[in-house]
Design a protein around this ligand. Structure first.
Ligand SMILES: [Zn+2]
Length: 133
């Protein structure tokens, strides 16, 4: 088995690589992140659902003031992404210059490192969004 196919297999098995949200069986709404209770009606009759990976950047803010220890990551862009069935507040990555960002542009989910636990050496991955090519 090639290294590439091993990585692909690992990624597809890892639930965080898919954009999983919740769907309420009572009010029918979807939400992100998944939760045990529906944030709209409080029902616990919810199930995990896979959300679309492409949406529109509804709003965003560019943060130039970031915590010490993360200054090399400045600026950080936080966006509100409308997936149609649900909205996601997330970090926007891979834009180069924040001036190219605009409301309404298409963005897609990507699988990225969120943080690394220094003591355990555990790398935590999650979903962020980037402008869609
Ligand atoms: Zn509900």
């Amino acid at each position: 088995m090639s290294r590439e196919s091993t990585v692909r297999e690992w990624r597809t098995r890892l639930p965080r690589y898919r954009l999983l949200g919740g769907k309420c069986s009572d009010c029918g709404r979807s939400f992100y992140p998944p939760a045990k209770a529906c944030p709209y009606c409080g029902s616990r009759n919810v199930a995990e659902t896979e959300l679309p990976r492409v949406g529109r950047l509804e709003a965003y803010t560019v943060l130039y003031s970031v915590e010490s220890g993360a200054r090399d990551k400045s600026p950080v862009v936080i966006g509100l992404v409308d997936l149609g069935v649900a909205k996601v507040v997330t970090e926007i990555v891979d834009y180069g210059d924040p001036k190219i960002l605009e409301r309404g542009m298409q963005v897609e989910a990507v699988f990225r490192r969120i943080y690394e636990d220094g003591d355990e050496g555990v790398i935590v991955y999650g979903v962020k969004f980037r402008p869609k090519a």
